[in-house]
Write a protein that binds this ligand. Structure first.
Ligand code: COA
Length: 171
């Protein structure tokens, strides 16, 4: 069994090394990095292609980003155009520490979106692959996500399988 402890500085730097590797492998002037405060407008615009975002001021955005940066269980990455800094895709994997399976962990993938102008170029598949790999590096035994029926084929192409049912209580 791998890494049953909290996210250690060792596993965090393993993730950073992996992201560096991805950056070296990506072509066509595309990079991958963490979200920055200066992404504010572009990120809201990208997320609005996924769902309703609401009215978020730069101040609220900055506070939320700082809060997320402090959360060592949260990995949010964006793919971007290195020349223009335009955002191409984004996704998050949240690492849930468990007691079961020998104090293992589960990764939860959330908020996957690819910019309309860049769809159909395998960026969706790339960001999923990176998030799954991060979950593996930090010691997850599985990765889950919920999606609309229309995206099932996409996730199957990313090696996910349908298992069970998703239940939601709207609050
Ligand atoms: C779903 C989404 C992330 C796919 O991103 P993408 O970069 O266009 O997808 P990719 O180019 O990586 O596609 C990989 C494969 O999946 C297929 N695919 C992509 N989207 C698909 C869909 N909605 N239905 C069926 N197949 C799909 C592609 O044709 C490709 O197949 P191939 O390998 O046989 O050529 C993107 O369309 C998107 O952001 N949609 C709006 C937001 C959204 O619904 N997000 C998911 C929330 S759960």
């Amino acid at each position: 069994m791998k890494n049953i402890n909290h996210q250690t500085s060792e596993t965090i730097s393993e993730v950073e090394k992996y992201i560096c590797l991805c950056n070296n492998k990506l072509t066509n002037g595309v990079g991958v990095r963490k979200l920055k405060v200066t992404d504010y407008k572009n990120y809201i615009s990208l997320l609005s292609q996924l769902t309703e975002v609401g009215n978020i001021t730069k101040e609220i955005f900055t506070d939320r980003l700082r809060e997320m940066e402090q959360n060592r269980y949260l990995y949010l990455y964006v793919m971007y155009n290195k020349r223009t800094d335009e955002l191409i895709a984004s996704g998050t994997v949240y690492i849930e520490p468990k007691f079961i399976h020998g104090c293992s962990k589960v990764g939860h993938i959330e908020d996957i979106v690819v910019n309309n102008n860049y769809r159909g170029k395998k960026y969706g598949q790339s960001i999923i692959k990176m998030l799954v790999k991060i979950a593996h590096i930090v010691g997850c035994y599985k990765v889950t996500l919920a999606c609309k029926k229309r995206n099932v084929d996409f996730y199957e192409k990313c090696q996910f399988k349908q298992e069970g049912y998703e239940m939601v209580a709207r609050l």
